[in-house]
Design a binder for this molecule. Structure first.
Ligand SMILES: [Zn+2]
Ligand SMILES: [Zn+2]
Length: 138
């Protein structure tokens, strides 16, 4: 059992189970597919559960970036693949709620990595190579 389960921690064992997308009624696999062309959408199920909870609190979310494999251009820029490559992150835009409401709800739900950009908000539940919790702007 190398899966760490205490709150807010990174899960070192990759969740490679098949995602049952019907558990997340407001999201679809297509929204999370890596845009490099590999077709993968290997999202972590605990992350998706949290994102679905967030969606229920603040209304519709547009996912601008979900899973990113290590070959995705954004990940290739980095020294090591980040939380998107672990299936533990998404960049979202709230379609009805304001950014303040989104941030407040994300903190209440214990997302531990929050990055505020002009055009999206990055949310993650852990990162193998960076300290969490963390809040940053781009
Ligand atoms: Zn890819
Ligand atoms: Zn991101």
């Amino acid at each position: 059992m190398d899966r760490v389960t205490h709150a807010g921690s990174f899960t070192p064992m990759k969740d490679t189970g098949i995602v049952n997308w019907s558990l997340y009624p407001n999201f679809s696999r297509e929204e999370f597919i890596c845009r490099c062309g590999c077709g993968r959408a290997d999202m972590n199920r605990d992350f998706l559960t949290k994102l679905q909870k967030l969606r229920l609190v603040i209304g519709p979310l547009k996912v601008t970036s979900g899973f990113r494999c290590p070959d995705h251009p954004e990940e290739r820029k980095k020294k090591a693949p980040g939380a998107h490559s672990a299936g533990l992150a998404a960049d979202v835009v709230p379609l009805k709620a304001g950014k303040y409401e989104l941030l407040k709800a994300a903190l209440d739900l214990d997302f531990v990595g929050i990055g505020v950009a002009k055009s999206f908000i990055h949310l993650d539940t852990g990162h193998p190579a960076a300290g969490r919790p963390a809040l940053w702007s781009y």
